[in-house]
Design a binder for this molecule. Structure first.
Ligand code: DOR
Ligand code: ZN
Length: 346
């Protein structure tokens, strides 16, 4: 038996959706995590202080009563609809913590996103003035670029010039998925990155080699074994620039199984077990607390938690749920059920 006690984790990148999907998924995040950086790619998107505050209220109303430490942290969608004065006011009121940039067309509900980071300098100036962060979905959308090269292309062509132009802008490269992404963070002191459980634990052969797995399809796509090794090294080494962001992104099976699959892996349920498994295999459980708690607290300037959780690995096989159902009967598959048979969280 292996057991590790760590500070209560934070999830610095999560999709909680709205309406009945919010009701179905929020408990998984709220019962495990303290801070959760909630993504704004709803329809309509979260683009103002008012909509961020309203969405935060909806999330808290939907959250279970037995999760008193849960605190949603709100990001607004980088788009022409964001008013810089409202952004500044929202940040100063403590309603808005960050701005999230999506390249238009890169992923779910990204149609309102940008075609160039350069178009949003007026918002980045507010972020610099208030000490807030720009969160970036770093993926080129040029169809002539191979899907597995799109993170590297975006970082080189768009984010590197932006970092040069605004060296004081704090940037989080979200769900970093490649060695190029890890190297980018190492080369840019203003950059940090989130890493997901699925990019740490799976590689593209898992997605494609033995029957294509829609449940592993996400954006950015899970990449090569070499890329995964780079992510595992970055996460398990204790490097303070890397933190957990699950990118938990629920889609009903009706949207996953068919001629095309929506991008997203729902891992709020077992993401911690998956990450613990990765750290255990790497012999790095001593650094697990830094990755899931300490590093993110330092990056986002929040207090470290007083509460702890215990992860225990036992060789007893237990039955775990493999899906959830929304009130109208939609099914969402839970990523990491296999790891969840090996680990318990208390
Ligand atoms: O796989 C993904 N799903 N990547 C994203 O960037 C968005 C997310 C979603 O909202 O479904
Ligand atoms: Zn996301």
């Amino acid at each position: 038996m292996t057991s590790v006690v760590i500070p209560q984790p934070d999830d610095w990148h999560v999709h909680l959706r709205n309406d009945e999907m919010l009701d179905a998924v929020v408990g998984y995040t709220a019962r495990r995590f303290r801070y959760a950086m909630v993504m704004p790619n709803l329809l309509p998107p979260i683009v103002s202080t008012e909509s961020a505050a309203h969405y935060r209220d909806q999330i808290l109303a939907a959250a279970p009563n037995d999760a008193p430490d849960f605190s949603p942290v709100m990001a607004v969608y980088c788009s022409p609809l964001v008013d810089p004065n409202d952004l500044r006011a929202g940040i100063e009121q403590g309603v808005i913590a960050a701005v999230k940039y999506y390249p238009a067309g890169a992923t779910t509900n990204s149609e309102l996103g940008g075609t160039s980071l350069n178009d949003f300098a007026h918002l980045f100036e507010v972020l610099i003035a208030t000490g807030s962060r720009l969160l970036v979905h770093a993926e080129a959308t040029d169809p002539s670029i191979d899907i597995f090269d799109r993170e590297a292309a975006f970082l080189t062509d768009q984010l590197a010039p932006l970092c040069d132009r605004f060296p004081e802008l704090a940037v989080t490269v979200e769900h970093v998925s490649t060695r190029a992404g890890v190297d980018f963070v190492a080369a840019h002191p203003q950059a940090a990155a989130t890493i997901t459980p699925h990019h740490l634990a799976r590689e593209r052969s898992d997605l494609l080699a033995n029957g294509m797995k829609p449940d592993l399809y996400c954006k950015p796509v899970i990449n090569s074994a070499d890329d995964r090794n780079a992510l595992v090294t970055a996460a398990t080494s204790g490097n303070p620039d890397f933190m957990l962001g699950t990118d938990s992104a629920p889609h009903p099976t009706t949207a996953k199984y068919g001629p095309t699959a929506k991008a997203g892996v729902f891992n709020a349920a077992y993401g911690l077990e998956v990450v613990a498994d990765v750290f255990s295999v790497a012999g790095a459980l001593d650094n697990l607390g830094a990755f899931v708690s300490g590093n993110g607290c330092a990056i986002y300037g929040v207090d470290t938690p007083e509460t702890t959780i215990t992860l225990t690995s036992e060789s007893v096989d237990v039955e775990v749920a493999t899906s959830l159902a929304t009130t109208s009967g939609d099914e969402v598959v839970l990523f990491g059920a296999e790891e969840a048979t090996r680990w318990t969280v208390t």
